[in-house]
Design a protein around this ligand. Structure first.
Ligand code: GDP
Ligand code: MG
Length: 204
């Protein structure tokens, strides 16, 4: 199969400091692993605030998009946003995020496989744990909300980061991993997912 086959899609997952402190690393890895995706890189580190800020602003549009989305979500709930300026809102979110993610060790991983980005987002669940579906990591293992995190002046604690698109994943993987830290290897399980003929199961 060529290198452009969909089985080569990759995505970044970061288990945030609350995931480590809640002893959920094994459970989180298990969920992605059991899907059939392949782990091709993993490491533990304590990111600096600058590194976290760079991560969130790899997309130059992120500040504006996140600010606008947040203002809209306040208004949908009939609430007044802290500012009408999207960039001012994002400045608060970014300050809280850099603090949250640089407070302790995180585990960064790269998962590879067909639809890796979409499958990982599905397993991870929606951003706000209060409304993430049951059966997802954020829905099953934590209880935070935007409302309480905003009142307390901190980032919403949602255990993991997962890339939002293939383009975002490519940029984020380059930010977190050097070339030699990702391993290109064959996983026996992949045959059951990708082989066309499924030969060799029955003895001749
Ligand atoms: P994710 O990809 O599911 O993590 O979500 P986004 O990329 O949309 O947002 C990145 C981070 O910004 C989230 O993990 C939250 O910490 C924060 N964030 C996004 N939207 C909101 C919001 O409406 N309110 C607050 N307080 N934080 C938000
Ligand atoms: Mg995102």
């Amino acid at each position: 199969m060529s290198d452009t086959h969909p089985k080569h899609e990759r995505t970044l997952v970061v288990v945030k400091p609350d995931g480590i402190q809640r002893s959920l690393v094994g459970e989180i890895i298990k969920r992605y692993e059991q899907s059939g995706l392949k782990l091709v890189g993993v490491k533990m580190l304590v990111p600096t605030a600058d590194f976290v800020e760079q991560h969130y602003t790899l997309d130059p549009e992120w500040r504006m998009k996140t600010g606008m989305k947040t203002i809209e979500s306040y208004k949908k709930k009939g609430k007044q946003p802290p500012s009408e300026d999207p960039l001012a809102i994002t400045a608060i979110i970014l300050r809280n995020l850099t603090k949250y993610l640089s407070r302790g060790p995180v585990v960064a991983m790269v998962w590879q496989g067909m639809h890796a980005v979409g499958i990982v987002r599905k397993i991870t669940g929606g951003t706000e744990p209060l409304t993430s579906d049951m059966g997802t990591i954020r829905g099953d293992y934590t209880i935070d909300s935007y409302e309480v995190s905003d009142v307390d002046g901190r980032a919403v604690r949602n255990l993991v980061h997962a890339s939002g698109s293939v383009d975002e994943a490519e940029k984020e993987i380059t930010h977190w991993f050097k070339e030699g830290e990702l391993i290109d290897y064959r996983l026996i399980n992949e045959a059951m997912i990708y082989d066309k003929e499924l030969e060799g199961i029955l003895r001749a």
